[in-house]
Design a protein around this ligand. Sequence first.
Ligand code: GPP
Ligand code: MG
Length: 300
Amino acid sequence: MTTLETTATITTTADEADDDAASVLTTRYQQSVAEYWNKEKHPVNIRLGEVDGTYHHHYGLGDVEWSVLEGDPAGREDRIVKELHRLEAAQADYLLDRLGDLGPADRILDAGSGRGGTGFMANQRFGCRVDGISISEEQVKFANGQARQRGVADKVAFHFRNMLHNEFPDATFQAVWNNESTMYVDLYKLFAEHARVLKPGGRYVTITGCFNDVHGRQPSRAVSQIDAHYICDIHPRSDYFAAMAANDLVPISVVDLTAATIPYWELRAQAAVASGIEDAFLTAYKEGSFHYLMIAADRV
Ligand code: GPP
Ligand code: MG
């Protein structure tokens, strides 16, 4: 397909058309991150998404059904892919469980919305309008295409925007979440922007990987390997609470999900779709230098 043909097939909403790359991607770092996600087509994400058409960009939670490794070897890989996808969907459900009481009249925001998976699950569950933002134009296009295919484009919309300056009016949302996307941004700037667009009494939830301050102020080798793999900058655990306290976000629940995500990584390490980062996660979690954490906070 030529560049001209590619351009001709792009359909944009009014919201997307508002934003040009220079105003959304304000640093070389952000440009690099956008480039990674614009090109990203890892089987560990695409094949899992194809299981039921819901594409996630986060990891899994819960006990593995290890029997997927047994039985007919011809179907083994498909069984592993389905099981990994089931655990990733369970992770998204866990996050949505913590957004509080939401109804069809509410608006909610997914900051770092990827290919849209958590946002579509939120719309199905709460029936409300969902906005997602991503600095990857390819992800935004993909997710808006999914919204049209699913017949929910009037309720679920994705925007090429930066979560540090999201362009929504003050006090728009009853809930905002980051599902594994905070490690790309400065937390003080992020939480200031979230506090601005959250309604008073609104809920913020993140599931994140953070490094353990108890081991010092620098990330371990395994955590540094994860940073290099994704071009991200994993924060220490303490930064989350300091940045929330500085921005009117008061934690109501903090859960260490490390033990609940390790089985996902142990299964993923045995899959043909493994990406090569599995051993770094397993090492970091098992040596205690890294946690998988859920934090829910109220906007006061
Ligand atoms: C997973 O996305 C999340 C990130 C890349 C952010 C980093 C998260 C941490 C907890 C450190 P993905 O589903 O695209 O990753 P993968 O391709 O490895 O499945
Ligand atoms: Mg993935």
